[in-house]
Design a protein around this ligand. Sequence first.
Ligand code: DX5
Ligand code: ZN
Length: 216
Amino acid sequence: MSHLVAPSVLSADFGNLQRDIELINNSDADWFHVDIMDGVFVPNISFGFPVLKAIQKHAKKPLDVHLMIVDPDRYTQQFKDAGAEVLTFHLEACTHLHRSIQNIKNSGMKAGVALNPHTSIHLLEDIISDIDLVCVMSVNPGFGGQKFIENTFTKVAALKKLITEKNSKALIEIDGGVDLNNYKKLVSVGADVLVAGNTVFGSANPTQTITQLKQI
Ligand code: DX5
Ligand code: ZN
């Protein structure tokens, strides 16, 4: 499978949200990456269900929803109803990982687990076969436009090895600071999904930048 590109809506122009969603619809992008922040798990608040539903109304590609919230289990069904196809929560925000994953799958979504930069991939050893996606945070979650953490390359390579050894089908997603200088190396060490916010929406020609991020 060639890698997927998921522009992050967090960096879109919220005054022109429909325009930016249609830009992604008409581009080479594969998914919409949608960041939900609660101001507790991370030091920022993004948006909630009304905005997510507005995105759902116009989006013609899968919604990849990244929860940066405490107690994510409370909202599984609401995110399903708001159009999430992939629902990812943070390992650090969750006590009963296996239960949370099963809840998401039972609701008919793909289940993702996100890891903060300091969190070891080895914590997933006993559960990797049940996960559809691992989101490797390559910045500290909470904000777009931050600097990429270089240790991510080593971490992704180790995660890829674990996934292969355990015969898991989990996709590896990279989130934070992905740009035109590091994306090829990320794919070469095992990345399957590249999230890009600032690199896409901060560029002069977002459509062209998405096309560039698809090229290897
Ligand atoms: C950060 C979010 C990211 C963010 C990425 O906490 O999870 O998805 O939007 O933005 P960039 O690509 O600008 O780092
Ligand atoms: Zn994200």
